[in-house]
Design a protein around this ligand. Structure first.
Ligand code: ADP
Length: 458
């Protein structure tokens, strides 16, 4: 096969030579017929020699091309470098030397490409973002594990799988189809039902290879970002709402006073008292918000190292703080069982927690009611702080939400009592920062019990 061209060429040359020699013989034999046989003998000998030379040439050429072919086929094999190659000064020798010179460079290039490919695959596999590549027929050419997980597919996903078999979501199919049709990049926000309704920012674009066409999509999970954005918006709306009421009251009463009520001896003092109460409320909201923001930043702004805190000392101090409010409301403060245990944390914050809980227990109590505080060291190295009241209780449907910012069961009653709706939110943050938990148990009309569990200090 390889030497077919040369063989054909040699056969034609041999036939032409034979024809030319025979023609010459015939011509000479016409002039002197006695020369016919000797001439025929000479022609035969020449043709025989030519045939032998051609055979030897074809054989040597075949051998050399076979060597070159085997070397070329095993070019990437390092063992092939020791192979015997045609070394003559002819064209085949030149070709062999060129191949030998190129071989290490090609091997190095292939190694670099392999390494690069392995690196790229490792990066794509460890990416949090989902990556999907499809060909022009919407068959998957590559997808990483994050993508497979996002669409609920079994890992590994084999190349060549129709995208429709992998993703049922019409939104994503539409995006990929759009890119293939227009060849242009596009950005979308999609919610994938297969990914437990997570929302993704999808960045899709064309993927043009030297001979192929396809599309590539990168999926970035923005569910948490969206949630945080929603929380932020709600928070801003809540804060504005909370500030609006006292500000409107202050403004209203100040205007009434300026419009002549200053001279109204019967009412002016009450109006100023209302202004003062509303200003106090604004200041409480501001300081609670500051505390919350400090807690939420995890004390990054001014990190204070945790200190050993004696619960008994903190509990007694908190009881003293709410004593007067309890007396005013006719609520009895009872100090129950009190183990002397220490925990690790901030004394100031823990006192704030107990004051908030005791204050609520007094505020949402009934006349002649009771608030009981107990501290017990548990066997498992934890300390249990319980604050129980005989107050109005909390409806069970509200229980899961009372630790949310600005959540109140009875907004009017809470505001009337000077509450900001941030107290329990602060309590939960502080306790969680101290690696503890807080639970609440309540019965409408009977009372509530808040139980804090903290790791005790040895
Ligand atoms: P507030 O400033 O309104 O007290 P909190 O965050 O401290 O805000 O409490 C949130 C809501 O939880 C209160 O408005 C109240 O409805 C309810 N709550 C908290 N503690 C008690 C309690 N001991 N008894 C009844 N309801 C309570």
């Amino acid at each position: 096969m390889r030497t077919r061209v040369i063989r054909t060429f040699l056969t034609i040359a041999f036939a032409s030579l034979a024809a030319a020699l025979l023609a010459l013989d015939l011509y000479a034999a016409q002039a002197s017929p006695s020369l016919w046989y000797p001439l025929l003998m000479i022609t035969g000998t020449i043709l025989l020699l030519a045939a032998m030379l051609a055979y030897l040439f074809v054989r040597s050429f075949s051998r050399q091309t076979a060597e070159l072919r085997s070397y070329a086929e095993r070019l990437l094999d390092p063992l092939a470098s020791g192979e015997q190659l045609p070394a003559g000064n002819d064209d085949l020798g030149d070709l062999a030397r060129s191949l030998q010179r190129m071989a290490p460079k090609i091997r190095e290039l292939v190694e670099t490409l392999k390494l690069e490919n392995a690196r790229r695959e490792a990066i794509l596999a460890s990416m949090v973002e989902g990556v999907l590549a499809v060909d022009k027929d919407l068959r998957v050419t590559f997808c990483n594990n994050s993508f497979a997980r996002a669409v609920g597919a079994r890992i590994p996903v084999h190349a060549g799988l129709p995208l429709l078999d992998l993703v049922r979501d019409p939104g994503l199919l539409e995006v990929m189809n759009g890119v293939l049709a227009t060849g242009e990049r596009s950005e979308h926000r999609l919610t994938l039902p297969a990914a437990a309704d997570h929302t993704f920012e999808v960045l899709a674009g064309p993927l043009a290879g030297p001979s192929t066409r396809g599309a590539l999509a990168i999926l970035h999970d923005v569910t948490e970002l969206e949630r945080l954005e929603r929380v932020r918006k709600d928070f801003v709306a809540n804060v504005s709402h909370e500030l609006r009421t006292p500000l409107a009251a202050i403004r209203g009463y100040a205007e009434t006073l300026l419009d002549g009520a200053l001279q109204d001896e019967k009412h002016n003092r009450r109006f100023v008292e209302i202004i003062e109460a509303q200003a106090t409320r604004l200041s409480n909201i501001a300081s609670d918000l500051l505390t919350l923001s400090e807690l939420e930043s995890n004390g990054k702004a001014r990190p204070t190292p945790p200190q050993p805190v004696s619960i008994r000392a903190v509990a007694e101090s908190a009881m003293r703080t709410v004593e007067s409010a309890a007396r005013v409301r006719g609520v009895r403060l009872v100090c129950g069982h009190m183990d002397d245990v220490a925990v690790l944390g901030s004394e100031l914050r823990l006192e704030q927690v107990l004051v908030n809980l005791l204050d609520n227990a007094v505020k949402f109590n009934r006349p002649n009611g009771e608030v009981r505080l107990e501290v017990r060291e548990l066997d498992d190295g934890a300390v249990r702080i319980a604050i129980r009241d005989t107050g109005i209780g909390i409806p069970s449907e509200d229980l899961p939400r009372i630790f949310e910012r600005f959540y109140r069961v009875d907004k009017a009653r809470s505001r009337e009592m000077g509450g900001t709706g941030l107290g329990l939110s602060i309590v939960r943050h502080v306790i969680e920062q101290m690696s503890g938990t807080i639970k609440v148990d309540s019965q409408l009309g009977v009372g509530s019990e808040f139980v804090i569990t903290l790791p005790a200090l040895d």
